[in-house]
Design a binder for this molecule. Structure first.
Ligand code: AMP
Length: 356
């Protein structure tokens, strides 16, 4: 993050943004750009590719959205989309699309979210009428490309948002297939909260001489708790252990607590997980203090990475290396990030600062 005093003074007005965009930002109460906006907007307006390591909450959506909108307004929107934003989930598609719509309101930019689960008819009609920016999940984007309803030959900018999540969700091949049908001289922007080698390889395949930006997540002030990301997966009861295993494999957390309602469930799940090769320890009220201390010793010492517990037994535990918390779930088919859960118990993950 730039801490240079002069950089701190750069306001939205210094970023060469059009008055319509500046008006929208003022209307939204954005007083000054966030660090990623200061660093990313100028090179993006110049047409450069960009590889950004930044998590949600840093203002990265506006960092790519404002230059996308400005470029479209300069070149004039055509019948086919000028920009495509790929995101991992329906929730993010809606969020990013709303943000683009708000920022581009005075420019009259036509933005369409396209995701699975929504009736395709409405999307088809909107695409037919003409859209400037499509915000899509990779699967549904590919579906429309196959039908010939999403035409990418006029694409100027492609944004891969939360690229690490998209890879984790198995979208790598879809993304490659989508990119294949886009103009070689397009601008490509990739944001990812983490930069594992797979993301680096993806950037090498698809980006040209990108500007690299790394924004650390803001550290909470002393005394404040860090932000927690929560995800919920709704699954059938019988599939819960398998779903939990899948989440653990994808997340590879340092240490996790899994909560169950009863002692029997704790014992059963511990056995199942150990049978599947995880290093799980049980903790519940049926154990004496010495047994519990032994378990906690193994978790703290790193010889066990999963603690399966009833909430009573786990109350007040302080485990320094804990990164994830899971709770029993009733049903899961898809990730319900940010959605209200109507009495369902989510698998919740607690994600501490892992960036950097
Ligand atoms: P993001 O990281 O893109 O998900 O943005 C996080 C939140 O910050 C969103 O609610 C944005 O509306 C808000 N935001 C983004 N940029 C700014 C800014 N410059 N000033 C104030 N709020 C902002």
């Amino acid at each position: 993050m730039t801490t240079d005093a002069t950089a701190e003074q750069i306001g939205f007005a210094d970023l060469r943004l059009r008055p319509e965009l500046l008006r929208a930002l003022t209307g939204l109460g954005y007083e000054e750009p966030t660090p990623i906006q200061r660093e990313a907007i100028p090179p993006l307006l110049d047409g450069r590719d960009l590889l950004g390591q930044a998590a949600t909450g840093t203002g990265k959506t506006a960092a790519f959205a404002l230059p996308v909108l400005q470029r479209i307004s300069q070149d004039g929107g055509g019948a086919k989309p000028s920009a495509l934003v790929l995101v991992p989930t329906r929730e993010l598609a809606m969020q990013a699309s709303e943000a683009l719509h708000r920022y581009g309101h005075d420019l009259g930019t036509r933005v369409l979210p396209v995701y699975g689960g929504q009736p395709i008819g409405r999307q088809l009609r909107a695409l037919e009428r003409g859209v400037d920016v499509v915000v899509a999940t990779p699967g549904r984007a590919l579906d429309h490309i196959g039908r010939g309803t999403l035409r990418l030959d006029s694409l100027e900018t492609l944004v891969l948002d939360e690229a690490d999540e998209m890879l984790d969700m198995g979208f790598a091949e879809d993304i490659d297939a989508i990119l294949e049908g886009t103009p070689a001289d397009r601008q490509t922007v990739l944001f990812s909260a983490t930069m594992p080698t797979r993301i680096d390889a993806m950037a090498r395949r698809h980006l040209r001489d990108p500007v690299r930006i790394q924004i650390e997540r803001e550290k909470p002030a002393p005394g404040e708790t860090p932000k927690v990301r929560q995800s919920a997966y709704v699954v059938a009861r019988a599939q819960k252990p398998a779903a939990l295993g899948r989440v653990l494999d994808v997340e590879s957390p340092e240490a996790t607590i899994v909560f169950c309602r009863t002692r029997d469930q704790v014992d059963q799940l511990t056995e199942t997980l150990n049978g599947r090769g995880y290093r799980a320890e049980a903790l519940h009220g049926g154990m004496n203090q010495e047994q519990r201390d032994r378990v906690m010793g193994r978790v703290r010492g790193g010889t066990a990475d999963l603690l399966v517990a009833t909430d009573v037994a786990a109350r007040g535990l302080d485990i320094e290396q804990l990164t994830h918390v899971a709770s029993a779930v009733n049903e899961v088919i898809r990730a319900l990030r940010g959605t209200t859960l109507k009495g369902r118990k989510p698998i919740v993950r607690r994600e501490r600062d892992r960036a950097g």
